[in-house]
Ligand binder design. Structure first.
Ligand code: CUA
Length: 370
């Protein structure tokens, strides 16, 4: 619940980096106070001390002072640099998505938040997450600009039409925390909120088990790919296909007609579905029709998840035991704001014909179950 924190100025602090944001703000407030008080005191002191004593008095002129000039240059320089450096550190901590985060997909819509877990469970205006686990949100919107904001976690990010943005957090204590839309998005913007429920891992596992999943995003994407949209008729894989090969492409360089290369990240996959003629893969004809208007943002999320799974990327399992259907292989950060590192397990992608949804046998490195 929203109770007081160490400084009553701030909302509750419940993520791994929220104390950093608070400390930075506290530092800024301290600097403001440290300047405001002497300035106000000086105004009153000078008003009295140098009040007009005789008409048209000529004050004594002052010609330069190395000491004074050095002091008023060096002190502000140090202050502004400490603000810049600590700000940069906090920013990188907040917006560099860790590789081993469990994934949640978010689609904003006037005026609600639709979430989907990587195990398939869907929620509206509510998100259940385990405590002490890194959670990565991949977000987009069906209509206008929104902003996903959780004050208690000291994080927020714009949710932008036509692209994916990312957010991550690790909650430090169980509880119920406010979720807001922090970007004016129309009539009911103020009502576009909800709650983040942070639970103990065991409770979260129970919650997951007690909610119908209706298929993981990967499974739903596969269904769209193979049946509903018929992508597989050109992209089934193997030789002599009309469509470009999709196995193992994720986060790798793709050569385009015209000599350009792009990294096959989430944004590239999404764009290739909606604007196929804009980035033609070398060696293929521009024959793919656009799927704009035929797929919803949620279906796109599923398709992207499925195509990523063809490269063995499915993100960390949300359950503590990692025994549900999803693979426990680690996904690579797909934050488009950072340079994407090459995948460590490159070349380990599923061979053609294998079931990409089969649980991986390879244990996830470096993570202990909590
Ligand atoms: Cu959505 Cu404001």
């Amino acid at each position: 619940m929203q109770t007081s924190s160490w400084v009553p100025l701030f909302p509750e602090s419940a993520s791994t980096f929220s104390w950093m944001v608070d400390a930075l703000y506290f530092y800024l407030i301290l600097i403001s106070v440290a300047f405001t008080i002497p300035i106000v005191v000086a105004i009153f002191y000078f008003a009295v001390r140098y009040r007009e004593k005789e008409k048209y008095a000529t004050p004594e002129e002052m010609h330069g002072s190395i000491v004074l000039e050095t002091v008023w240059s060096v002190i502000p320089f140090i202050i502004s640099m400490t603000i810049f450096l600590t700000g940069a550190i906090v920013y990188y901590e907040q917006y560099r998505v860790p590789d081993d985060a469990m994934e949640v997909f978010v689609v904003g819509k006037q005026w609600m938040w639709k979430m989907q877990h990587s195990t398939g469970q869907r929620e509206i205006n509510e998100l259940h997450v385990p405590v002490g686990r890194k959670v990565k949100l991949t977000m987009t919107t069906e209509d206008v600009l929104h902003d996903f904001s959780i004050p208690a976690f000291r994080t927020k990010a714009d949710v932008v039409p036509g692209r994916y943005t990312y957010l991550w957090f690790e909650a430090t204590k169980p509880g119920k925390y406010h979720l807001f839309c922090a970007e004016y998005c129309g009539l009911n913007h103020s009502g576009m909120g909800g709650w983040i429920y942070v639970m103990e891992q065991r409770d979260f596992d129970n919650w997951l088990a007690g909610n119908e999943s209706g298929g993981t995003p990967v499974q739903q994407g596969q269904d769209l790919f193979e049946n509903k949209l018929g992508c597989a008729s050109c992209h089934a894989g193997g030789a002599d296909q009309r469509g470009a090969k999709l196995e193992g492409i994720y986060n790798k360089e793709v050569k385009l007609v015209g000599g350009q290369t792009v990294i096959a990240d989430d944004a590239y996959i999404r764009n290739s579905i909606l604007n196929p003629s804009s980035q033609i893969v070398e060696g293929y004809q521009p024959i793919m029709p656009t799927f704009k208007g035929q797929v919803t943002e949620e279906q796109l999320v599923s398709l992207v998840a499925y195509i990523k799974s063809l490269s063995g990327v499915t993100g960390a399992a949300p359950t503590g035991t990692g025994t549900t259907g999803s693979s426990t292989m680690q996904g690579t950060s797909t934050n488009t704001n950072t340079t994407v590192a090459p995948r460590a397990d490159r070349g380990n992608s599923n061979t053609q014909g294998s079931n990409p949804n089969a649980p991986a046998t390879r244990p996830e490195p470096g993570r202990t179950n909590q």
